[in-house]
Design a binder for this molecule. Structure first.
Ligand code: SAH
Length: 382
């Protein structure tokens, strides 16, 4: 009798959970928007909805981008950094890193090699290295712009002053990747030293957008102290801010950081979140990241099957790659750029996708065009 009661009760509870999950997934698929608590509920019950959401995410991706995968050539041009983010392998206080900075010629050579390999986006990523002032970067960006008028120039060099973002934009940079890392201020404080500021980082993202950059935000999955509450905040932020690109990958510990003993984020949760992000903001450019490829040999392919449509192979000179180690066991450390490119071509083919030679700009759906128009009018920017 006692057992019977329990089974009855749990049967009813199960039905309620299923009902609720059905309602929330339906809403996400139809309206592309959820309340924060609903995102949290999905994350907490993801086992039951994961496959359906991945299928839907794939369908939406194919509707907008077909079988095309966009590539970005990643040039890690300096590992010198004034910051001390607790998770990052090239943080300032890590004395075991051999520091390097590429010369202008080396960077231009990477672009030339990348262009030959079919890249039409160059991503210049690095630590916050004071050497790369506007006086150094502006002429460099101008040269790349002049040489490759049909290519996108993406910067990923952290927080700077608005005037600097403007100068780099005027020189020809058109996209900027600055992961917000976490949308929760308290969580941000646990991942960064005292003198770094959540508000400043978020403000940078807003300024970049105002200036006219296509912006990339993003966060690590499974970073220390993160729960479904923080992740739900991240999802709501992505849904409302609508960055053109959203980079997410698992947190992976680095042996020389305070988080060395923390567990890595999982493939499963990262793939689930890729699907949810695709559905919350259908046109978003969504990379299957190197970190995802690091925790699972087919991580990037699985990312694509969950809704990702971008990959970012490494274009850095082979001799410096091992020094840009943000986390343990990063893949492709010893490969030539051409190897990285053909490896990814092949990997993408195994999941029915095709790497294309294209700038790979965001493609808005007609419905998103209308929404965009309305919000521009509302904000009085037209
Ligand atoms: N200095 C630039 C580029 C940072 S490196 C900036 O501030 O934007 C690019 C991204 O790598 C970071 O935004 C972070 O999300 C990710 N990253 C750093 N350490 C990591 C780790 N241990 N595991 C996974 N991702 C990490």
């Amino acid at each position: 009798m006692f057992f019977g009661c329990c089974i009855l009760k749990s049967g009813k509870e199960r039905e309620e959970v299923e009902e609720k999950l059905k309602r929330i997934t339906g809403k996400l698929i139809r309206e592309h928007s959820l309340e924060e608590e609903e995102y949290r509920y999905l994350i907490d019950h993801r086992e039951e909805v994961r496959d359906r959401l991945a299928r839907e995410a794939r369908r939406v991706t194919e509707q907008i981008y077909g079988d095309e995968i966009f590539v970005r050539g990643l040039i890690e041009f300096t590992n010198i950094c004034r910051n001390d983010c607790l998770y990052c392998g090239i943080r300032n206080s890590n004395e075991n890193v051999e520091r390097y900075r590429l010369t202008e010629k080396q960077i231009l050579d990477c672009c030339a090699e990348g262009y030959e390999l079919g890249y039409r986006t160059f991503v210049l990523q690095g630590g916050e290295d004071g050497y790369f002032s506007d006086e150094v970067l502006v002429p460099l960006i101008r040269k790349i712009r002049r040489e490759y008028p049909e290519c996108a120039i993406t910067l990923s060099i952290g927080e700077r002053e608005r005037a600097s973002y403007q100068a780099l934009f005027d020189a020809g940079a058109d996209r900027y990747l600055l992961r917000h890392e976490t949308a929760d201020e308290g969580h941000y404080r646990k991942l960064h030293p005292e003198r770094m500021s959540f508000r400043h980082r978020m403000n940078c993202l807003r300024e970049l957008r105002e200036i006219g950059y296509a912006v990339g935000a993003g966060f690590m999955v499974g970073s220390p102290f993160q729960t479904s509450r923080e992740l739900a905040e991240d999802l709501k932020f992505i849904e409302t801010f609508r960055p053109e690109m959203c980079g997410i990958g698992p947190f992976i510990p680095h042996r020389d950081t305070p988080f060395r003993d923390e567990p890595a984020g999982t493939l499963e949760l990262t793939c689930f979140l890729l699907s949810v992000i695709r559905l919350a903001w259908p046109s978003v450019l969504l990379p299957a990241t190197t970190a995802l490829g690091t925790i699972d040999p087919r991580g990037r392919e699985k990312g694509v099957l969950s809704g990702a449509n971008v990959v970012m192979p490494n274009l850095s000179p082979t001799e410096v790659r091992r020094n840009y180690e943000l986390y343990n066991d990063k893949i492709c450390m010893g490969d030539e750029s051409a190897q990285c490119r053909s490896c990814l071509d092949m990997r993408m083919r195994t999941v029915g996708r095709r790497v294309v030679t294209d700038r790979g700009d965001l493609r808005r759906t007609p419905r998103e065009e209308v929404n965009e128009e309305e919000s521009r009018k509302k904000n009085g920017t037209e």
